[in-house]
Structures are given as structure tokens and as C-alpha cells.
Write a protein that binds this ligand. Structure first.
Ligand code: SAM
Ligand code: SF4
Length: 321
């Protein structure tokens, strides 16, 4: 079992398989980065799988594939199947913009993927174009329908922003509710890669908008999920992710791996340790030692809203959000 210095059991690994993306989301990657990590620096799936085995053997129970856009990485289903075959009980999930999901959902499901979180910030094609930098909505919505059809459990992430999609909070909730998908509203997180001038809605503002239409109870946090949950009268549950809240990190159970093999203890800290060399050498003990050290040094909480304000130089598309 992996336990950090604050007695939190760390059993959740988020794996970014690529920093590349086919969207240019205004809050994440509005411009194509000056350079991508060269392909030869990425860990291949055999190398990544070597580390997945180490992580599972040490106590990781949930693995989420993310990016950049994970579906840009060829043969992702083969990698998912490797993990599934090694330990079928792993909670295997993915976060995706869904653009390429229509043609891949069945293969992913067959490979052993259980759940998918999809980012839907709007149901209006022109706003989708404005947020993602291209005409994406049709493909995204078709991808979601396909994922549901093949039996994947789907959750939706929405980042509500004042001048872009704040008027769609109810519409998106209703869209999700009609499909039995849970929705989580993520407060916009400041970062130096985002387009200037974005103003995200805070949870209090979201709750005011939702409260005008629905009655709901406050369920608080559920286990180690970063979401604050609310249940509506008809039983539908939605979540709000508030990274600026004081208690946001209290139950944190996750660490992150970048596509290059850097293991990161917290989304908003620059510190990381590489597992790449150990994995390439086939040094299982070395990789396990790095994993334990990263867990040991996991900070108590992120630095959002702290005295020094923004403090990570790493982009969300690199760490996987
Ligand atoms: N490309 C995939 C996607 O968009 O779902 C996976 C990677 S993306 C970095 C993971 C999540 O991070 C998405 O739900 C996205 O909305 C969220 N995200 C990215 N930048 C953000 C920001 N500045 N504030 C809040 N959420 C952000
Ligand atoms: Fe790409 Fe996801 Fe970032 Fe949008 S949020 S630019 S889809 S990585």
C-alpha cells in the first residue's frame, strides 16, 4: 500500500499518454505550443506498461488515461488491454475531448476500459468553435452517444466561463441528466498557458444559478473524489470541483505520470521524479523506489490561492488536468 506523509492512501494514478491535442481550448492550450516533446522522448506502451505493473503491485487501484488528447495516441486500446489483462479489477478510466470517440469507443470498451469522462463546455456549435478553436461539437456529441451505446459509463466535465458558456449550465445539466450521465462543473483554474481575460464561475455563482431552477441537498465530498456533490429532489447528482477551496486536497489520493515518464505528486507543483531510466533499464526495484519517494513527498495541499498565487509552470495538457 502507498501511504503519503499525511496518512492518505495513494491508490490513483493518472497517466498522460501524450501532451498533444487536436483542440486548442481557450483555458488550456489556446495556441499550439512552441515545441512538442520529441516522439523519441515519450515512453512507449511497453515501457509505460512496465511501470503500470510496478504501480499496481505497490497498491494503485485506479488508473486514468489522459493527456493532451489520449485518443491521438495510436493503439491506445492495446495499452488498455495490457493493463486489464494484468489486473482486471483495476478501475480503468479515461478523460477525453471525445472528438475521436465515435470510431474508437467499442474497441476501448472491448479492451477493458470501464469509464470515460468527456469534456463538454457547450451545446452550441459556434461557442464550441470559439472554445476549442475549431468546429468540434458534432463529433463530440456523436462520440458521447457511441460511448453510451457500447456501454461505457460516461461523466461530463464542464468549465463554466462568464462570457462564453455561463448561460448553458442548466442546458448541460439537463443534457447529461437525460442520458443518465453525471456532470461535474470545474472551476476555471488560472494558468499561464490559458488565453488572457478568462473569467470562470466560482462554485457560489454556480450554486446560485442552479438554485434558481432546482432544489438540492449538499452531500459534501464522497470518498476521495475531488468533487463536492449535490443531490436534486429527483435523485440526480451533480458535482462541483473547487480547487481553490481550503479542503480541496484533504482526501487527495492521486499522483500523475507524464508521457515522458515524470512522476508528479501534485498537479500544481513543479517537483517531479523520472521513472523513465529505471523502466528502460528494466529496473523494477528502481522504479518502485521512485514511486515510493514521490508518494512520500506528496505535499499536503496545492498552492492555488496561496500567498504566491499561481505556482506551477507545467501546463494542464502536460499533466493531464
Ligand atoms: N483532452 C482531454 C479533455 O479535454 O478531456 C483530457 C485532458 S484535459 C487537460 C483534462 C481536463 O482538464 C478537462 O476536463 C479540461 O476541461 C480540464 N481543464 C483543462 N484546463 C483547465 C483549466 N484551466 N481550468 C479547469 N479545468 C481545466
Ligand atoms: Fe486539449 Fe483537453 Fe486541453 Fe482542451 S482541455 S486543449 S481538449 S487537452
Amino acid at each position: 500500500m502507498l501511504v503519503d506523509s499525511y496518512d492518505r492512501v495513494v491508490d490513483y494514478l493518472r497517466v498522460s499518454v501524450t501532451e498533444r491535442c487536436n483542440f486548442r481550448c481557450t483555458y488550456c492550450m489556446p495556441e499550439k505550443p512552441f515545441s512538442w516533446v520529441p516522439k523519441e522522448n515519450l515512453l512507449n506502451f511497453d515501457e509505460l506498461f512496465e511501470f503500470m505493473k510496478v504501480a499496481i503491485d505497490e497498491g494503485i487501484r485506479k488508473i486514468r488515461i489522459t493527456g493532451g488528447e489520449p485518443l491521438l495516441r495510436e493503439d491506445l486500446d492495446v495499452f488498455i488491454k495490457m493493463i486489464y489483462d494484468y489486473e482486471p479489477s483495476i478501475d480503468l478510466a479515461m478523460t477525453s475531448n471525445a472528438f475521436l470517440l465515435k470510431g474508437t469507443a467499442q474497441r476501448l470498451k472491448d479492451a477493458g476500459l470501464k469509464r470515460i469522462n468527456v469534456s463538454i463546455d457547450t451545446l452550441k456549435p459556434e461557442i464550441a468553435q470559439e472554445i476549442a478553436g475549431k468546429d468540434v461539437l458534432k463529433n463530440v456529441l456523436e462520440g458521447v452517444e457511441e460511448a453510451l451505446k457500447v456501454g461505457l459509463k460516461v461523466k461530463v466535465n464542464m468549465v463554466p466561463m462568464k462570457t462564453l458558456n455561463a448561460d448553458e449550465i442548466i442546458d448541460i445539466l439537463e443534457y447529461c441528466k437525460a442520458r443518465n450521465m453525471s456532470v461535474r462543473f470545474i472551476e476555471y483554474m488560472e494558468n499561464k498557458y490559458a488565453k488572457e481575460g478568462i473569467s470562470g464561475l466560482k462554485s457560489t455563482e454556480l450554486l446560485t444559478i442552479l438554485g434558481e431552477k432546482y432544489e438540492f441537498s449538499d452531500d459534501g465530498f464522497d470518498g476521495s473524489s475531488p468533487s463536492h456533490y449535490y443531490t436534486m429532489k429527483d435523485g440526480y447528482r451533480f458535482g462541483i470541483i473547487e480547487p481553490y477551496a481550503d479542503d480541496f486536497c484533504k482526501q487527495c489520493n492521486r499522483i500523475r505520470l507524464t508521457a515522458e515518464g515524470n512522476l508528479i505528486p501534485c498537479l500544481y507543483f513543479d517537483e517531479s521524479m523520472s521513472i523513465a531510466e529505471a523502466v528502460k533499464r528494466g529496473d523494477i526495484k528502481g522504479a518502485a523506489a521512485v514511486l515510493k519517494e514521490v508518494v512520500r513527498t506528496k505535499p499536503e495541499k496545492n498552492r492555488w490561492g496561496g500567498e504566491d498565487g499561481e505556482s506551477s509552470s507545467r501546463a494542464f495538457y502536460e499533466t493531464g488536468g
